[in-house]
Write a protein that binds this ligand. Structure first.
Ligand code: CA
Length: 529
């Protein structure tokens, strides 16, 4: 089926033809019932902080509702675990080396083919609301209202189809308000595709005022691998993303005068004075009323820190509690946003014919391996939460263990919309899986490639690798040449690098062959070591 479709596109001269003859596509698709698409994405939301993924840290009832009324992907992964690259992959359905955006320093080439452009050509109303982070202006959207770069947690500036507007309020709430207003203005005779992309819960985790005190009376458990010593894993040892090194100012939210001096590297790029300045600027954005409520919570924490005079492991544990409580509190607003959007669909009678997706641009470390941040091909940051609901075409309460990728989003949306999937897209439509007919062939390995080194934050070496259901092989390169092999069945926390274990020689060789096959398949063969 897929081959036939791709051969068809090839026969008329590749995907660009669809753009040249938009009427042809619109007419052809008009006959099919096209679903609305509501694509909600947050930033750095780990599966470990979603209750339908088994989290004991937080209750995310609205995100869980999508899973209960649809499908949850247990093995959903990102191809390059960092913000902008993940966004470029999901827009284009192509790996980073093909869409040209390898790391957060690159600019997105908006002239290339993306799924919103193809949906727009097919008659969809397209909108992008929230965090964009691709440096160039969005293309393929009738309406776009985006934060500048990373955006602010409070009182943000949004660029709205080129015009800057200032808002007062909490950004997660504002993005939701804007999305609902936009949906209210929609042409009810045409389907819509709306991307609602939150800034939260990205660093530096500033919660909504109303959720500041939720975790006051409760400490969260340390993850099992919190004290990892990175034995046999040189790249992990050299990474600069330990909770130990977080800033007392911008990360811990302490005010000058409440600690002796700023410590930590905070990621090895920004200096401690820079962090303090950034934190002062964030606080200065708050209105007088907001600042009063903010201080009512954080003054107590400042005073507690000053009085406790913590050092060593006590300080590390205190930092973890500060980090995880603010991180989780930010997610409470994201989950509330999901609830408001689902409620809107309920009220408008749009449930049955709307494909709702919740995901995050990648996973995150919540203290596992002693870390925050992402980037590594290890499970916590390779994982990417993914739940979907589409009552017309999906049964409820399903869980899929197939290995799916952010590469698959674009082809999936096009497939549901009845739009031809361009041959140049490298992902696969998830429709066969979501429809419950996924008995056919599916990939049994995934390919990963991370590039942001030596520039950028956190000192994580370039690496690529392959993951199968059971094993993971990673090669760190550039100014290092180390391999790591993990048996995910015996060692799910990835603490034992088996690469040099003679019992695993055959497995290493098999995985290297598979890695080369994937690099050939995806055209990623020009890797300079
Ligand atoms: Ca991110």
């Amino acid at each position: 089926m897929k081959t036939t479709r791709r051969q068809f596109i090839k026969s008329v001269g590749l995907g660009t033809v669809t753009l040249a003859f938009p009427n042809l596509i619109s007419t052809r698709c008009a006959a099919a019932k096209q679903p609305n698409i509501l694509f909600i994405m947050s930033d750095d939301h780990a599966e470990q902080a979603i209750s339908c993924y088994g989290s004991q840290l937080i209750e995310t009832s609205h995100i869980d509702r999508i899973a209960h009324e649809g499908i949850r992907f247990e093995n959903s992964f990102v191809t390059n675990s960092i913000c902008a690259p993940s966004r470029a992959v999901l827009l284009t359905g192509k790996y980073s080396h093909m869409n040209g955006l390898r790391d957060n320093q690159d600019e997105f080439d908006g002239s290339q083919m993306t799924f919103p452009k193809l949906l727009q050509q097919a008659g969809y109303q397209t909108a992008m609301i929230g965090k964009w982070h691709l440096k160039t202006d969005p293309t393929g959207f009738d309406e776009w209202k985006i934060l500048i770069d990373q955006g602010e947690y409070y009182n943000p500036t949004l660029i709205e189809n080129g015009v800057r507007n200032e808002y007062i309020g909490y950004t997660t709430d504002l993005i939701t308000d804007i999305a609902v207003e936009s949906l209210n203005r929609r042409d009810r005779n045409r389907p819509f595709c709306m991307l609602v992309h939150h800034k939260a819960p990205h660093r530096n985790w500033m919660p909504n005022l109303k959720y500041l005190d939720v975790y006051n009376d409760r400490d969260l458990p340390l993850p099992e691998t919190f004290y990892d010593d990175y034995a046999d894993r040189q790249a992990a040892k050299e990474a600069d993303m330990r909770i130990d090194d977080m800033y007392l100012s911008s990360d811990m939210k302490l005010n000058t005068g409440y600690y002796e001096k700023e410590t930590g590297t905070g990621g090895n790029l920004a200096s401690a004075p820079f962090a303090e300045m950034g934190w002062a600027a964030s606080l200065a954005r708050l209105t007088e009323t907001q600042r009063k409520a903010w201080d009512a919570h954080y003054d107590r924490i400042n005073e507690e820190f000053r009085d406790l005079k913590l050092t060593g492991d006590d300080l590390l544990r205190w930092k973890y509690q500060r980090y995880i409580k603010d991180y989780l509190s930010c997610i409470l607003s994201v989950d509330e946003s999901v609830g408001r959007l689902l409620e809107y669909l309920d009220e408008e009678g749009l449930n049955d014919n709307t494909l709702v997706v919740y995901t995050s641009d990648q996973g995150f470390y919540l203290g596992e391996h002693g870390w925050y941040d992402k980037r590594f091909m290890y499970e916590e940051s390779l994982g990417m939460p993914l739940v979907m609901r589409y009552p017309d075409q999906m049964k409820s309460n399903r869980v899929s263990e197939k290995m799916v990728l952010n590469l698959d989003f674009a082809p999936t949306f096009l497939d549901f919309a009845g739009v031809e999937i361009p041959v140049e897209m490298q992902g696969e439509s998830l429709r066969a899986i979501t429809s419950g007919n996924g008995q056919g062939e599916w990939r049994d390995s995934i390919y990963y490639h991370y590039y942001e080194y030596p520039h950028g934050w956190h000192n994580v070496k370039r690496h690529y690798g392959v993951r199968t259901e059971r094993y993971k092989l990673i090669h760190f390169y550039y100014d290092i040449d180390t391999w790591e092999l993990f048996d995910l069945q015996r060692d799910p926390n990835e603490l034992n690098n088996l690469y040099d274990d003679p019992d695993y020689t055959d497995i290493v060789n098999t995985l290297k062959t598979e890695l080369e096959r994937l690099q050939q398949k995806y055209g990623d063969t020009d890797i300079r070591i």
